[in-house]
Design a protein around this ligand. Sequence first.
Ligand code: SF4
Ligand code: F3S
Length: 107
Amino acid sequence: MAFVVTENCIKCKFTDCVDVCPVDCFHEGPNFLVIDPDECIDCTLCAPECPTNAIFAEDEVPEGQEAFIQLNADLAKQWPILTEVKPPLADADEWNGKEGKLDLLEK
Ligand code: SF4
Ligand code: F3S
């Protein structure tokens, strides 16, 4: 099993999560982060750090967001690793909690 970044990270990308990951398994895209399921050791540290509550254990991903499990696995192979916290995206606070952000995911 692994932890999974879900929809509410899109257009926010606060990056607090990367600071606590002991195995550097976050990968960064233009407006979203994903977790490499092959590297994640299920330590649970990242989930409470996310200001948007976007990170869940794979078996606790909210209903309707199951597609993010495969998206994390696929995009982790394409995107570079991010290990240091950086400023969130512009208007991150405004986008926090908005629904229907999957269509806005930039790959
Ligand atoms: Fe990294 Fe632990 Fe989060 Fe997995 S659960 S992504 S190992 S901080
Ligand atoms: Fe995204 Fe939350 Fe990390 S918004 S970048 S999963 S801290």
